[in-house]
Design a protein around this ligand. Structure first.
Ligand code: LR7
Ligand code: MN
Length: 588
C-alpha cells in the first residue's frame, strides 16, 4: 500500500506540475490544422507541418537503442512556429524515461516536424539588409555529433536547408564522433541521400571529442567559409547571410549569431536578449554579461550592426576557411569537450582578429542542464586539462590566478606540453593577455597591478565582506551585501577595487548603494556591475572608511540584523563598524 500511495502521489505531482506549467506558457492557438506550402524568398519550397523522416516510419528497423521503438505519432502541427509542445498526462512517465537519453524532451522533439516553421525573430531592418549576397563567401556547414537524437540532428539539417539561400551553402558536413546508436549508421546514410543539398558524412572510429571532430570536418570542407553548428540547433531566416556578411567585410572576423533558446522540455523557441556579450568568470567558465552603459549607447545607434564580443560561446560561428587555418585552427591536444571556445577567442583577439555577434543572425540551441554522454578520462582529464592549456598558452600571469583558485586545473597543469601552441603565439606575434583585458574587455573584473585584490574585513569584528551565493547563472539576483566570519582563501571573499572606485567580484557583480538618501536604512547590495556612479567608492587608508562617492556616506554594519541584511550606508562618524581593512591577497 505505501508503495502504491507513493507512486500515485508522484504521478499526481507530475501531472499537476505539467498542467500548471503548460497553462502558463501555452498560447491557445498552437494547434492550427491546415498544412501550408509556400515558396520562400529564396525559391525554396517550404512545407510547414509535413513530417519528414521519422526514422521509425520512413526507415524500416530504425530504433532507439534504449526504448525499442518510437511509439509516438508525429504530429504535423506540434511545435509549429516555434510554439511549445504539450505532453499529455498519460505520456508523462515515458517522457521522463526518454528525457534521460539526450537530457532533453525527446518525446516532444519527436512529435515536431523536422522542418517546423519558425517566426522571423530579427529586428525589422534586418530583412532589408544582406539582400545582395552574390559576393559573399560560400559556406560549408559543419555539424559534429556524438549520439545525437534523430529528430534534433535532422531538424538542424532541415533548418539549414530551408532557411539559408542555397547559393550560400556549399555543403553540409556531418562528423560522427563514434556514436553508438544504430539509427545513426545505415539509416542516416540512406536518409542523407534523399536531401536536396550536398552532404558529406565522416565518421571517427574512436571517440575523439568535438574539437578534433570539428578539425576533421574542416579538413574536408570545400567552401570558402566554415560555419559550425551544434547538432541540436534551429536556424532562422537570414541567419547565414548576416554571418557571412561579417566575414566578407573583414576576413579576420569570427561571426557569431545571437543564440536563442530551444527549451529542453517544451521545445518552444524562445528569443533571447540581444544586449549580451560573451566573456568568462574567474573559473574560466563562459558567461553572458550585459553590455555596460557606453556599449549600450553605441548599440542603440544601430541595433542591427554586428558588435564585438570578448569571447564566443563556441558552438555556433562562421569563419573564413583560410583564416581558420592561418590563425591556428584548434589546439589538437584538447580532449572531448570544453575550453576550445575561450582558447579560440583569446587567440583570435590577441593575434589580430575580432569576434563579433551579428544581431541579424538568430539561431536556436537546446540548452541542457546536464551532459548526456560520458567524458572519457573524466572531467579532470578533459575539461580541466583543456582549461589548463588555455591558461598556460594565453593568459600570462593571470594563469597563476586561475591555478591558485582552481585545484582541478592546477593538478593537470604540469602534464601539459604546450610548446607548439606557444610557438604559434610567437609566430603570429600576438599581443599579451594584459592587452586583451585592457582593450577587448576593459570592464573585466580580474585583478591587475593597479587594482586592489583581496579581502575587505571589518576591523572591529572578524567579519568579511562576502559575495552572495553563486546561482550558476550569468546574472546574480538582486543580492543584499552580506558579511560573515572571515575564512582564508575562498573566492567568495575576494574583491577587486579598481582605480575608478568600483568594488567588483567574479561574474561581474559590484557593490552598489542608493544615491538618493531618503528615509530608512540605505541597504547595500551586490548586483550586476553597471559602470554608474552609484557603484563608486573611495577608500581612506587613514580613517579606514569606505565612502560611497556620490553621497559620501560610509559602508557600515547594520546593528539590527548583522548577518542577514548586514550592510548599509550611514553618516560617517568614525565608529568602529565603519572601519574596514583592505587585505591584499597575492595572485600573480
Ligand atoms: O565528445 C563529444 N563529441 C561530439 O561530437 C562531445 C560532444 N560532441 C558534439 C555534440 O554532439 C554537440 O553537437 O559537440 C557538440 C557540442 O556539445 P554539447 O552540445 O554537449 O555542448 P554544449 O552546448 O553544452 O556546450 C558549449 O560548449 C562546448 C565546449 O566545448 C562547445 O563549444 C559547444 O559547441 C558549445 N555550445 C554552444 O556554444 C551553443 C550555445 C551554448 C551557449 C551559450
Ligand atoms: Mn549544445
Amino acid at each position: 500500500l505505501p508503495v502504491t500511495l507513493f507512486s500515485l502521489t508522484v504521478i499526481f505531482l507530475l501531472i499537476w506540475r505539467f498542467r500548471s506549467k503548460n497553462n502558463e506558457i501555452h498560447p491557445k492557438h498552437i494547434f492550427r490544422e491546415n498544412q501550408e506550402e509556400y515558396v520562400d524568398k529564396n525559391g525554396i519550397k517550404v512545407v510547414i507541418g509535413h513530417y519528414v523522416g521519422n526514422p521509425a516510419r520512413t526507415i524500416p528497423n530504425a530504433s532507439y537503442d534504449m526504448l525499442n521503438e518510437n511509439k509516438f505519432d508525429p504530429q504535423p502541427n506540434a511545435g509549429r512556429n516555434g510554439n511549445p509542445v504539450m505532453t499529455e498526462p498519460k505520456d508523462l512517465l515515458v517522457m521522463q524515461q526518454l528525457f534521460q537519453i539526450n537530457r532533453f524532451n525527446l518525446l516532444a522533439s519527436d512529435k515536431i516536424p523536422l522542418n517546423r516553421s519558425l517566426p522571423d525573430f530579427r529586428r525589422k531592418r534586418c530583412s532589408l539588409l544582406y539582400k545582395d549576397y552574390t559576393s559573399y563567401p560560400k559556406a560549408s556547414i559543419i555539424i559534429v555529433f556524438h549520439n545525437e537524437a534523430w529528430s534534433t540532428l535532422l531538424r538542424t539539417v532541415w533548418s539549414v536547408i530551408n532557411r539559408s539561400p542555397k547559393e550560400l551553402v556549399e555543403e553540409i558536413i556531418l562528423v560522427d564522433d563514434a556514436s553508438e546508436r544504430e539509427f545513426l549508421r545505415k539509416p542516416l546514410e540512406d536518409y542523407l541521400l534523399t536531401l536536396p543539398v550536398k552532404t558529406k558524412l565522416i565518421r571517427s572510429k574512436s571517440r575523439i571529442g568535438l574539437i578534433k571532430a570539428r578539425l576533421k570536418g574542416a579538413a574536408i570542407a570545400s567552401g570558402d567559409a566554415l560555419t559550425f553548428l551544434d547538432a541540436h540547433c534551429e536556424c532562422t531566416i537570414g541567419w547565414l547571410e548576416a554571418l557571412l556578411s561579417v566575414i566578407k567585410n573583414n576576413r579576420k572576423t569570427v561571426a557569431c549569431p545571437v543564440i536563442d533558446i530551444i527549451h529542453d522540455d517544451s521545445f518552444a523557441y524562445i528569443k533571447s536578449f540581444e544586449l549580451h556579450w560573451g566573456a568568462f568568470n574567474w573559473n574560466l567558465q563562459f558567461r553572458w554579461y550585459t553590455l555596460g552603459g557606453r556599449e549600450l549607447k553605441q548599440r542603440k545607434l544601430d541595433a542591427t550592426k554586428p558588435f564585438p564580443s570578448p569571447t564566443m560561446a563556441g558552438g555556433l560561428f562562421a569563419i573564413d576557411k583560410r583564416y581558420f587555418f592561418e590563425i591556428g585552427s584548434y589546439d589538437e591536444n584538447m580532449n572531448v569537450w570544453g575550453g576550445e571556445n575561450l582558447e579560440m577567442s583569446f587567440r583570435v583577439w590577441q593575434c589580430g582578429g575580432r569576434i563579433e555577434i551579428a544581431p541579424c543572425s538568430h539561431v536556436g540551441h537546446i540548452f541542457r542542464k546536464s551532459s548526456p554522454y560520458s567524458f572519457p578520462g573524466g572531467i579532470t582529464k578533459t575539461l580541466f586539462a583543456n582549461l589548463a592549456r588555455v591558461a598556460l598558452v594565453w593568459m600570462d600571469q593571470w594563469s597563476n590566478f586561475y591555478f591558485k583558485f582552481n585545484e582541478q586545473a592546477r593538478l593537470m597543469k604540469d602534464d601539459q606540453n604546450v610548446t607548439a601552441r606557444l610557438q604559434l603565439r610567437e609566430r603570429l606575434k600576438c599581443q599579451n593577455f594584459e592587452w586583451y583585458l585592457d582593450n577587448v574587455w576593459p570592464q573585466h573584473f580580474f585583478p591587475k597591478t593597479n587594482r586592489f585584490f583581496g579581502r575587505i574585513r571589518n576591523i572591529d569584528e572578524d567579519l568579511c565582506l562576502l559575495r552572495p551565493e553563486r546561482k550558476g547563472l550569468s546574472n546574480q539576483p538582486m543580492g543584499l551585501a552580506t558579511i560573515d566570519k572571515c575564512l582564508s582563501g575562498i573566492t567568495e571573499e575576494m574583491f577587486v577595487m579598481t582605480s575608478e572606485g568600483f568594488i567588483m567580484t567574479d561574474d561581474s557583480i559590484c557593490l552598489d548603494a542608493p544615491e538618493k538618501t531618503g528615509l530608512g536604512p540605505l541597504k547595500v547590495r551586490i548586483i550586476a556591475c553597471s559602470g554608474y556612479s552609484r557603484q563608486k567608492w573611495e577608500y581612506n587608508k587613514h580613517t579606514k572608511e569606505l565612502r560611497h562617492s556620490t553621497n559620501q556616506k560610509c559602508l557600515d554594519i547594520s546593528v539590527s540584523k548583522k548577518m542577514q541584511d548586514g550592510l548599509i550606508i550611514t553618516n560617517c562618524d568614525g565608529r568602529n563598524s565603519q572601519k574596514w581593512s583592505m587585505e591584499s591577497v597575492e595572485w600573480k
